[in-house]
Design a protein around this ligand. Structure first.
Ligand SMILES: *Cc1c(COP(=O)(O)O)cnc(C)c1O
Length: 297
């Protein structure tokens, strides 16, 4: 397996009539190009966790996630690459047929343990640290090390100070927190929650970003029914967006982000002259949960 390569990141302009009409410029930061599996924000979020594990002499990483989790498969691949054993605690009963994501995780040498949804919520802590050589990465990489890693993302944008808005999708909010702490005081961070009614998100972001005076603008209106839920309208938007820009997106995060930003632009929520940086945080592997042919990319 090749190592992730942040020098592959590009900043691609989004040239669509809507933005031209509204006097907005926008570009997509293509973190998805870093690596096919340790992709997007996961590469950045994992960095300091793995570094701490190494420095404290741990050789076994344990983490948590669902059957299509970008975090699980990225962790499995990173552990293979950097020489850690890994265990993934997976939400839900062991399926008869494994998802493509879990098959990949197994191929990278991750040991999988399945917990019913109920046990996952209430008992997963009982699976912590079977030995002193284990290092736990919280579910979704939520935590200070994750945010510190995400704060380094903006180093890959040469003209970062020219952007008025930095826009990203949020699951746990770790990436949002990192971007908040790395951004300029005058830049706005727009964060699109992909969970339904996650009112915790604001608090979760603040507790990692360390700056209560610089809030993110959070959209709770573009979750399309909730985490990993998607509609025909979202899928056809993703295909249209690809036709117009040649930028692929994923059904869980970046499709909802791009949809949200276009929707907000339509509603004049960005003043003319705004310059938007949309973070493509990766996750394309998750599209394999769709029937073949649903997406044109
Ligand atoms: C994990 C992930 C996110 C969410 O990141 P958080 O730090 O949990 O908010 C966004 N986009 C993609 C593609 C992801 O895989």
């Amino acid at each position: 397996m090749t190592a992730p390569d942040p020098s592959l990141v590009s900043t691609d302009p989004v040239l669509i009539p809507l933005f031209a009409e509204k006097g907005i410029r926008a570009s997509v930061l293509r973190l998805d190009k870093i690596h096919p599996v340790i992709s997007g924000n996961k590469f950045f979020k994992l960095h300091f966790y793995l570094e701490e594990a190494k420095q404290t002499g741990k050789d076994h990483i344990i983490t948590y996630g669902g059957a299509w989790s970008n975090h699980i498969v990225a962790t499995a691949a990173a552990c293979r690459l950097y020489g850690f054993r890994s265990t993934g605690i997976i939400r839900g009963e062991e399926p008869a047929v494994f998802s493509a994501t879990l098959k990949d995780a197994l191929d990278y040498g991750m040991r999988l343990e399945f917990l019913s949804r109920e046990d996952f919520t209430t008992r997963k802590r009982a699976y912590l640290s079977p030995s002193g050589s284990s290092y736990i990465i919280p579910e979704g990489g939520y935590g200070l090390h994750g945010a510190r890693g995400a704060a380094t993302i903006l180093q890959y944008v040469p003209d970062i100070s020219t952007y008025t808005h930095i826009c990203c999708a949020a699951g746990t909010g770790t990436m949002t927190a990192g971007l908040l702490s790395a951004s300029d005081r005058i830049q706005k961070i727009v964060s699109v929650s992909v969970l339904k009614n996650n009112q915790q998100l604001d608090t979760d972001i603040r507790s990692l970003s360390g700056d209560a005076n610089k809030p993110a603008l959070i959209s709770h209106d573009h979750h399309f029914g909730g985490y990993a839920k998607h509609t025909a309208a979202l899928l056809s938007f993703m295909n249209d967006f690809f036709r117009q820009t040649t930028i692929p997106s994923d059904i869980v995060y970046t499709g909802k982000l791009f949809y949200a930003i276009l929707d907000m632009a339509k509603k004049d929520q960005f003043v003319p002259g705004s310059k938007l940086l949309l973070i493509h945080s990766g996750g394309l592997q998750g599209n394999r949960s769709l029937n073949k042919g649903t997406l044109i990319f």
